[in-house]
Ligand binder design. Structure first.
Ligand code: GUN
Length: 293
């Protein structure tokens, strides 16, 4: 078994982006500027956004955090999105999800200008990705693709099973894995809450990507000997032995599955760190106007 070490790979990617930023600014380019909108005080969202902002500092990006109380109206949030759309200094921005129930997430995502949509959630970026056109790729699938690439994992002709059909992970992941390129060219199966024979389908996977949000759901009996196992889950489960009062668990029972896998991502220290690299790469591309001129 080989560990797909998100800590190591993400630190390499961040160093590469920093070199690019240094070169870009040495030629007179402006520092890439990422803005984030955070609504409410959800603990996990706070942690993710803080980590995104910290990463910006590390690699020489400018960052801005706009905070709103959880009772912010949709109109107020749309106003903030419009302001960022029109701010020439901001290259790209994200609205951290989930949003409070009274706000329609799709309405907010569609209000973000596609050229600044560094999360890759706007229908134009999703559509361009599906057609194989240059697009901002959703950060988590982007990070996973990069991990597969850097570990030189063979994908052509393999059976890739994705558990979960979310807009931000499962669905784009399935599209990317079937593309006629590397990594890609897989035969892809998407599984979801209504799937029958889930265990049997997973057992036929050469590459198993798990993104259903249920801690330690996948055990050894879901996994074929030698499979590549990618764990996208990040759940907080109560743990009195931790200072924070919780432990971070993936969707895969690591201890149980690792001996069977050829490659496996740990949680924490796996896909989560790669997601930030996807966002930073998209922001660098936005600053250099690589996709939208
Ligand atoms: N919530 C969970 N993952 C993400 C992400 O990649 N981007 C945003 N904006 N919110 C998220």
């Amino acid at each position: 078994m080989q560990l797909l070490d998100g800590k190591l790979i993400s630190s390499q990617i961040k160093a590469e982006i920093k070199t690019e930023v240094d070169y870009w600014t040495s030629k007179g380019g402006k520092k890439p500027h990422l803005a984030a909108i955070l609504v409410g005080n959800d603990g996990a969202s706070e942690t993710y956004v803080a980590s995104k902002i910290r990463s910006c500092e590390e690699i020489g990006f400018t960052s801005t955090l706009l905070r709103f109380d959880s009772d912010v109206t949709e109109a107020e949030l749309l106003g903030a999105v419009e302001q960022l759309n029109n701010d020439p200094d901001v290259d790209g921005f994200i609205v951290q999800l989930p949003l409070p129930k009274h706000i329609t997430e799709n309405t907010i995502m569609e209000a973000v200008h596609p050229a600044k949509d560094v999360d890759g959630f706007h229908p134009i970026n999703v559509g361009r990705m599906c057609k194989g056109l240059p697009a901002y790729l959703s950060a988590t699938p982007f990070g996973i693709i990069e991990m597969l690439k850097r570990a030189d994992i063979e994908t052509a002709g393999k059976h890739c099973v994705v558990i979960g059909r979310s807009q931000i992970v499962g669905l784009p992941m399935s599209i990317l894995m079937q593309r006629n390129t590397y990594p890609g060219n897989c035969t892809v199966t998407i599984c979801h809450s209504k799937t029958q024979n889930l265990k049997e389908i997973c057992k036929s996977a050469d590459i198993l990507i798990v993104a259903l949000g249920r801690p330690e759901f996948v055990t050894a009996e879901y996994v074929k000997e030698g499979a590549v196992v990618i764990d996208v889950g990040i759940s907080r489960v109560p743990d009195a032995s931790k200072k924070s009062g919780f432990a971070i668990k993936g969707d895969v029972n690591f201890q149980n599955v690792a001996p069977k896998a050829s490659f496996i991502t740990p949680v924490p220290g796996g896909v989560g760190l790669m997601t930030i690299c996807g966002l930073l790469t998209n922001t660098l591309m936005a600053a250099r106007k690589e996709i939208y001129k």
